[in-house]
Design a protein around this ligand. Structure first.
Ligand SMILES: Cc1ncc(COP(=O)(O)O)c(C=O)c1O
Length: 391
């Protein structure tokens, strides 16, 4: 049989991270590679109670097909929550999505033509590159520093369909944009007529102080905002949301209808039952406290074990450290030695739209215990020291 694949299928690539995770999921390996939240934070009892309540009180509605826009009370909740963060949103601008990953796919489908330009940070979230790539954009890599993309770098994106930005505790770099950088980016984007797509799954996971207001708060109709319940409740729910300007909303909704009709109404009702009475304001602080202790353990371990010519900034939230090795070291080439030494990380080059940056790597601190973090980073330190001795 002559199956002929669409051109876009060529752009569908396996996630480097998932491929690496397969190799590293061996017993005895301390994996600092994954991007998963800690399963210890999943609110199992609250989910169980809410599930029973939904099945007892609204079984038929919960198990029936539902509206593509999402469950009304949950959309209202999202709109109210975002108002409290400075985003003036009405519930009818909220589209509940099957994870924020689906939001990225819908944005790609509605906004990207083959050969059109999409501006991304460098590095950026690999899953977004994967989501946009099948629509065949030309990626424009925005130059940045430790405070995020440089406002003047947006000039290079003039005429792009949008700039995809992650202001809070970015995956993979962990950095958070200061308020002044946010304002400058929004001002420049508005002046250029460049729309923004803001992705914020980590904003609630701050350790010392909440991040400044979202970019979308100052961008009005010029921004699409994506949020997620994956990191504050559980990723297995596959529950996220997007907020879109009125001009775009109907097309995003139609794209969602074509993709999956709607996000499971059962999950939406359960999550609404869990969160409707302020549960997150009690639950999320426990995640912050846990992750902060793990961040501290990793910071100490990196200081103790990494050669002096490695560089990193301790993140003030989120789940990741981003490490720069000396320029002559290649994190992908060193990974097998790291796995033999008992630990795993993600080489950084997959996070760059045009590859390169072989001397970077990402470490997650949320799924390993402080003791495992110490042992894993010590093993990494030995591998790097040995590589430097050879070089
Ligand atoms: C930056 C970023 N955006 C989006 C997602 C997708 O999250 P979800 O689809 O679970 O909401 C992730 C997942 O790790 C992420 O790191």
């Amino acid at each position: 049989m002559n199956w002929q694949m669409a051109r876009r299928a060529e752009r569908l690539n396996p996630s480097t991270i998932r491929e690496i995770l397969k190799v590293t999921e061996q017993p005895g390996i301390i994996s600092l590679a994954g991007g998963l939240p800690s399963a210890e934070t999943f609110p199992v009892a609250a989910m169980r109670e809410a599930t029973e309540r939904v099945l007892r009180e609204q079984p038929h509605q919960a198990l029936q097909y539902a509206a593509s826009e999402g469950f009304g009370p949950l959309r209202e909740w999202v709109a109210e929550e975002l108002w409290s963060q400075g985003l003036q949103v009405q519930a009818d601008q909220v589209l509940i999505t099957t994870g924020s990953q689906q939001g990225l796919d819908l944005v790609g489908k509605v906004l990207v033509d083959p050969g059109s330009r999409v501006a991304v940070e460098s590095p950026t979230y690999l899953g977004a590159l994967q989501a946009f790539a099948p629509f065949e954009p030309d990626f424009v890599a925005l130059e940045g520093d430790s405070d995020g993309p440089l406002p003047e770098s947006l000039e290079a994106a003039r005429g792009a369909r949008f700039a995809y930005l992650l202001p809070n505790f970015q995956n993979p770099s962990g950095r958070c944009l200061p308020a002044a950088r946010r304002l400058a980016l929004v001002e420049r984007a508005l002046a250029l007529g460049l729309p923004l797509v803001e992705d914020n799954p980590y904003g609630e996971l701050w350790f010392d102080a909440p991040p400044p207001p979202p970019l979308a708060a100052g961008a009005g109709e010029a921004a699409v905002y994506l949020g997620s319940f994956s990191k504050v409740l559980a990723p297995g729910l596959r529950l996220g949301y997007l907020v879109a300007p009125r001009l775009l909303y109907p097309k995003l909704l139609q794209a969602k209808q074509a993709a999956d009709l709607h996000t499971p109404g059962f999950n939406q009702r359960i999550v609404y039952e869990v969160i409707k009475d302020g549960f997150l304001s009690r639950h999320v602080p426990t995640i912050r406290e846990r992750y902060k202790a793990q961040r501290n353990a990793m910071q100490e371990a990196l200081r103790a074990h990494l050669p002096a010519d490695c560089h990193w900034q301790p993140p003030r939230g989120g789940m990741f450290f981003w490490v720069k090795l000396p320029a002559h070291l290649d994190a992908m080439a060193l990974l097998p030695a790291a796995v033999r030494a008992g630990m795993a990380y993600v080489p950084g080059s997959a996070f760059f739209p045009h590859g390169g940056h072989a001397n970077t790597l990402r470490l997650s601190f949320v799924t390993a215990s402080p003791a495992q973090i110490g042992a894993g980073v010590a093993a990494l330190g030995r591998v790097l020291a040995a590589a430097e001795a050879v070089a």
